[in-house]
Ligand binder design. Sequence first.
Ligand code: NAP
Length: 472
Amino acid sequence: MRMINGTTAVCGLIGNPVSHSISPLIHNNLAEKQGLDMAYVNFCVEKEKVGEAVRGADALSIRGLNVTVPHKQAVMPYLKAIDPAAEAIGAVNTLVRTEGGFKGYNTDFIGFERECEHFGVELAGKIALLLGAGGAARAVAFACADMGAKEVVIFNRTQEKAADIADAVNKFAATGVARGLAMSELESFAKVHEGYVLVQTTSVGLHPHVDEVITDLSVVYDHAECGVDIIYNPETTKFMKLLQERGKKAYNGLTMLLYQGVASFELWNDVKVSRSVAEDVLSILEAEMERRRAGESAAGTVKSDKGNLVLTGFMGSGKTTFGIWLAQNKGYMLLDTDAEIEKEQGRAIKDIFATDGEEAFRDMETEFLKKLNERKLTGVVLSVGGGMPVREENRALLKSFGKVVYLKAEPDELVKRLTKDTTRPLLAGKTGAELKAHIETLMGRRESQYLDGANQVLETAGLSFEEMWRKL
Ligand code: NAP
């Protein structure tokens, strides 16, 4: 065990949530192996405090920070300088302290490049076929262009996002190498191309949705040379299995994660980490992931003493914050129905309300619950959208999933919490007395449904999360 003393340099991670991140394992092991006096810790930072966190870290002489979801863009206005590649990618995941403030870098793209190098995945002169156009895909697309791919073709459910990444790559590389297409065009593309490197960058297939895959079109896998899935939990995703079944090499994203960390570490400490040191740390990460998976698969025995928990309640009742706390402190896996539906639909809830209406959204909620019940999960805490228990069918589905706890908060407290919240479609534009009247009406209408759907009513007034937990 290394000594932490008066000269120890501090680095860390800012994001929310961060408690499950394995970055401390990467950096503290690198520091130990390189013989450097550095310690790395996770800092959970709320979205409205990103600026304060960066300024505070500067004031505390923190040497460097990693930045993760959801702050990779939000952090940018608070930096003194931004590396041109990170500027072009439009996201920063590494901050290096300089005279007068932090400089931002993107090492995700370096992580992907080094993963390819590590496994001998050759991109030069090849087609890189990317599935997905989220934040991580941006870095991967830049990396593919940088590694000399003759074409970077990005397919995404939301085509505009794919086109946007392609534009950014073309502008930066001053070439027309990239293009963004709709997922519906994937089959016809794959039919007439062969030998491409297939890269899966969506969140589809991520634990616990391990049986899902972004596409199961045979031709896509038949014509690929090999593939990389940037997801690293599970170890072998369905996407990877579809390639391996065809005798093709497929790699997960753990090595990318390692090397983005290695690249950050090198920037902070002005050192070069050798491949053998990186491989040692990779083995540690693999063992840790194995240990976590064992924990997850033991969830049925370890965590099922309380089975699944379902948190219901009015908007602002604390379902999400208590859910995060349970995930961070009591070993539950948090699923948030609103977030899951947004992911599935690729749209924000307020946009679903605006275009399809509330009834269509309630249908999506019912469908989501039916699928969730089929998956026989345990050890889950489900944070439920405020209006979900309105439907009788949903109330029954929630009860069959787990113990339903209605988090009850008084209207005055809810008004206080909701006053500054602009993300709730049913509260749009309401403030002050109007907001209070609206909340009271809505509560009056829903209270009987919450009560009907609950196995337990938990009065949250004045209770800490620990005290709430003890009452469950
Ligand atoms: P993100 O910005 O939220 O993007 C998610 C992507 O997945 C988007 O392209 C989205 O399509 C697509 N998607 C999500 N659900 C979908 C569905 N049901 N059907 C079709 N497409 C769907 O996420 P991100 O930050 O890019 O992260 C993506 C994944 O990469 C995560 O699993 C993350 O853990 C992993 N990751 C790994 C590393 C690493 O170092 N290995 C680094 C970063 C991220 P739309 O655009 O249409 O919504």
